[in-house]
Design a protein around this ligand. Sequence first.
Ligand SMILES: Nc1ncnc2c1ncn2[C@@H]1O[C@H](COP(=O)(O)OP(=O)(O)O)[C@@H](O)[C@H]1O
Ligand SMILES: [Mg+2]
Length: 237
Amino acid sequence: MANEALLKVAGLRAGYGPTPILQGIDLEIGRGEIVSLIGRNGVGKTTTLRCLMGQLAASAGSIVLRGRDITRLQPDARARAGIGFVPQGREVFPKLTVEENLSVGRLVGGREGRKLDEDVYRYFPRLRERTKQLAGTMSGGEQQQLAIGRALIGNPSLLLLDEPSEGIQPSIVQMICDTLKSIRDELGTTIVFVEQNLDTILSLSERAYVIEKGRVLRELDRHQVSDPEAVRAALAI
Ligand SMILES: Nc1ncnc2c1ncn2[C@@H]1O[C@H](COP(=O)(O)OP(=O)(O)O)[C@@H](O)[C@H]1O
Ligand SMILES: [Mg+2]
């Protein structure tokens, strides 16, 4: 990683009640990188993202974003510090329209200054066609675009996505991957995503961390993460 670190995570530990899950996670993500967290079911990938977003408190370790220690900040303060979160299962507000969902993201999220309303509609034209539609009546792929739009609208420096491909047809997944790359290229947004789908990992990752039992077992570099056999082997660990 040649450029300056945007996110540094050191010795991160967390769990649910007395059960330890994360056992000392270390990550270093550069500005503008697209990095995946991969590994089998139940190893702590979602828990890691929830800890980065502040939905779950760390019991030890540190999270530093753009040189600022955010380990003890609440989720709303982390959103203002520049983290956008697209949770597993999307969690759009089903009874709100597309534009209402986006305005929630606009209120809670992101850096001060320019909001990205127009950019969200440019990246996801489907949402512009559907501004008045209730989110709960949209397809999985449309809801995923809305969840990304809601996280993006506040102009985050770091976008976290938990299994963006889950339950979505392959052609839409490919479109979403291409759009995320454009967002990084054009806005400079750093992207960290959790994924189990081989094609999505291969298509989007520039680097990967392999998680096993709440620890980083190893890293895959740009070359390894584009090699299906290497990624398959990492997923089967
Ligand atoms: N809310 C919760 N309460 C108790 N245990 C949980 C909770 N969420 C997840 N876990 C447990 O934490 C472990 C890691 O889960 P998770 O981070 O969701 O894994 P992954 O996203 O890698 O599949 C699993 O053993 C899971 O059962
Ligand atoms: Mg998960």
